[in-house]
Design a protein around this ligand. Structure first.
Ligand SMILES: *Cc1c(COP(=O)(O)O)cnc(C)c1O
Ligand SMILES: *[C@@H]1O[C@H](CO)[C@@H](O)[C@H](O)[C@H]1NC(C)=O
Length: 472
């Protein structure tokens, strides 16, 4: 009899606990689900932790008295690992669809839906107001583009080619190769210092190849100067006229209102099927995720259905935590600071360039990346440009990218002349610097100081560097 009493007491306690959790969950979830939006003000860390805990207790692996006899039961051997994931172990999606609800894991599924909804809100806020659908994928940008191409493959069985205005980033190129298509490289045209989309060449190529043989046009917004974002409006109009899908690589474009505006305009006047952006480059989270977004809910759903199996919830969790802890006001503030730092970097780099008898290249269409010529340095000393690169690197300047003239590189059996510079023969060597989200004035100041030092002492330093390199 005593055992029976204890048993029913324990059951009552468990039920009470569940009700209590459910009550709190309900309040918190209500708060966001009603809006399905990113809160304006940031949440503090303990609120976010409580919220994640509420979600976790809705997953079956965390039920009291759960017994699992399946092959995937969310068992985790290490407590450290369990805590690293806030006990959300089941991942997202079901075997048939990465966006589907998993009944074993109501909490994780809710997390997934909520993340996608909050992220959609941020994309709208960042400038693509008419976006209708998006989802987070636990793959970086290149693989996410591949997934888009593979989805289109079923709709266009005859297609073999992808029209691609050149951008010298290997993952862009490989995303098409991996999907099994043949990239048709459209060389950029030089307008002043800028490298811009050759719209006429795109249209001519479509006529030569035949629209039905083309899978899609694959354009790019964010890129290194002196290349500038593609002429999205014109490309989108061509795609609409020839009935060719259009996939946009918006890798780090969410942080720039200009890139987002281009996408919005492209979709308004022409055709954009999907645009893909990196999580780490836009939201200050670890590498590992991307967002696939678009204007047709059914097409975005088709892409999410192409993903085989379940997926890691980590990228979704990271971006949700980040957005809740920033709020829209915090994110907007980061965007504003980035823009201010871009102007600052631009004016200071121009001053530095003038002092060293070089030029800040005139690339007004690129809102994130800048380029400073290294013409004189290059002409006085052949090896100087690459040496400057290594000097900056050893002085802990990361991300400044030195581009010499005429480097040749083969990617997947395709040879690019002038690789890194987005064109076969750019008129001069140059150095890139970017103002990306999270950058601080201190980053800019220290970079300029070190660059100045390198350039000043360059002639003296070259010999020392050479011997140092030889010793190394
Ligand atoms: C970063 C980047 C990529 C590749 O991104 P991953 O996330 O590494 O796949 C592709 N294109 C552009 C323009 C990029 O900046
Ligand atoms: C690369 O191209 C060469 C010559 O066209 C060819 O022989 C080789 O098989 C190709 N390699 C791959 C991996 O496609």
């Amino acid at each position: 009899r005593e055992r029976a009493v204890w048993g029913s007491a324990r059951r009552a306690q468990t039920a009470a606990k569940r009700l209590c959790w459910a009550g709190i969950s309900f309040i918190l979830l209500f708060f966001i689900i009603i809006k399905g939006k990113c809160p304006e003000d940031e949440w503090d860390e303990s609120t976010i932790e409580l919220f994640l805990h509420e979600l976790a207790v809705m997953d079956s692996n965390n039920f009291l008295g759960n017994c699992g006899v399946g092959e995937r039961e969310g068992r985790v051997a290490s407590g450290l690992v369990a805590r690293r994931h806030y006990r959300l172990i089941h991942g997202i999606g079901r075997s048939g669809d990465i966006s589907a609800v998993q009944p074993k894991a109501a909490g994780s599924s809710l997390l997934n839906k909520l993340t996608n909804s909050v992220v959609l809100d941020i994309i709208k806020l960042a400038g693509v107001r008419t976006v209708t659908s998006c989802f987070v994928v636990p793959m970086a940008t290149g693989m996410s583009l591949t997934l888009c191409f593979l989805t289109l493959r079923h709709k266009r069985p005859k297609a073999k080619y992808i029209i691609w205005p050149r951008i010298d980033q290997k993952s862009c190129f490989k995303s098409m190769i991996t999907a099994g298509f043949e990239p048709v490289v459209i060389e950029n045209v030089l307008e002043g210092d800028e490298l811009r989309t050759d719209i006429k060449a795109v249209e001519a190529k479509i006529k030569v190849l035949g629209a039905e043989n083309i899978l899609c046009v694959h354009s790019t917004t964010s890129c290194f100067a002196p290349r500038v974002p593609d002429r999205l409006e014109e490309l989108a109009v061509i795609c609409a006229n020839y009935d060719i899908p259009h996939i946009v690589n918006n890798a780090y474009g969410v942080q720039s209102s200009k890139c987002m505006h281009l996408i919005q305009q492209g979709a308004r006047v022409g055709r954009i099927d999907a645009f893909v952006q990196s999580l780490d480059k836009n939201f200050m989270v670890p590498v590992g995720g991307a967002i696939i977004a678009g204007f047709s809910e059914s097409f975005i759903q088709e892409i999410s259905k192409m993903y085989p199996g379940r997926a890691s919830a980590s990228p979704s969790l990271d971006v949700l935590i980040t957005l809740l802890s920033l709020g829209t006001s915090g994110y907007k503030q980061l965007l504003k600071e980035r823009k201010e730092m871009f102007s600052y970097l631009s004016s200071e780099l121009k001053k530095l360039a003038d002092i060293h008898n070089e030029r800040l290249l005139d690339t007004p269409h690129n809102p994130i990346s800048l380029a400073m010529s290294l013409k004189n340095l290059d002409e006085n000393n052949d090896a100087a440009v690459t040496q400057l690169g290594s000097m900056l690197f050893t002085r802990q300047v990361s991300g400044a990218r030195v581009v010499p003239c005429g480097s040749v590189q083969t990617v997947n059996n395709y040879t690019f002349e002038g690789f890194m510079s987005h064109t076969n023969d750019y008129p001069c060597a140059y150095l890139n610097a970017a103002s990306a989200i999270g950058i601080k004035k201190q980053d800019v100041d220290i970079f300029l100081k070190r660059l100045d030092k390198c350039l000043k002492t360059f002639r003296k330093e070259v010999k020392k560097e050479e011997t140092k390199m030889q010793i190394l």
